[in-house]
Design a protein around this ligand. Structure first.
Ligand code: FE
Length: 231
């Protein structure tokens, strides 16, 4: 089996939120698609270990907020590489509630879909949740983020709980030649490439890792500079 074939599958990038009674959480998901048009339904694949999985089971509803291409890595990292069991991810995020009363993420998103859970399919490590669309709207006019853009342009990785996770996943950043050495975050796998810098955090392209201020943190997971190793 050539696993590279799987890298040719196209995906988007979404924040799935769920919960009830003041207890809410959100996580990044790339496995989401529309199942039927009439009535409108969508499916998502969520890891059983994730807090959001627990909340979807409990509340039987979820919201899919569609990320824009310009969403910064630290915003994606908050939802993708931190657990809602450890931090309140929703605390400083601009949201609103609609029909389902589940938070709709209004930052770095272009549209949202509110869903009531109808069916679930046990897939081992993951559950596929299928639900009816009860509401939704377009809230911006930016291009939506694709998973390919996240990986190849932003240098993003999959967390271990993603359906598409593979160990030592190749990214464009890991194969391109750079004038200075690349460094990898030992916590989340983000690769700092001096060619690209980290413009979201004010590190201009061409900055060597050694020259980044010590106050800088991993744009994906928030780890200290000391957690980085030579790639
Ligand atoms: Fe990291």
């Amino acid at each position: 089996m050539n696993r590279a074939a799987l890298y040719k599958i196209s995906y988007g990038l979404y924040i799935v939120t769920s919960g009830q009674d003041g207890k809410f959480n959100g996580q990044i998901a790339n496995s989401m698609f529309q199942v039927t048009s009439n009535p409108g339904s969508v499916a998502i694949s969520i890891n059983k270990e994730n807090f959001t999985h627990e909340l979807i089971k409990l509340s039987r509803k979820f919201v899919v907020s569609i990320l824009v291409q310009s969403a910064p890595m630290n915003f994606i990292g908050l939802f993708g590489f931190k657990s809602g069991r450890d931090v309140n991810k929703m605390q400083n995020i601009k949201t609103k509630t609609g029909t389902t009363k589940v938070p709709i993420v209004l930052e770095n998103t272009v549209a949202y879909i509110e869903v009531e859970l109808e069916k679930e399919l046990d897939c081992g490590t993951h559950t596929i949740f299928v639900g009816n669309i009860v509401d939704g709207d377009v809230i911006g006019n930016e291009e939506p983020m694709t998973y390919a853009y996240y990986q190849h342009v932003k240098g993003g990785k999959s967390p271990k709980t993603a359906p598409t996770y593979v160990k030592d996943e190749p990214t464009a950043a890991s194969v391109q030649t750079a004038p200075g050495p690349r460094y990898v975050c030992s916590v989340c796998g983000y690769v700092y490439d001096p060619v690209k810098g980290d413009p979201d955090s004010g590190i201009v392209p061409g900055t060597r890792f050694e020259d980044i201020p010590d106050s800088w943190t991993c744009p994906v997971c928030g780890a200290d500079k000391s957690k980085f190793e030579l790639a």
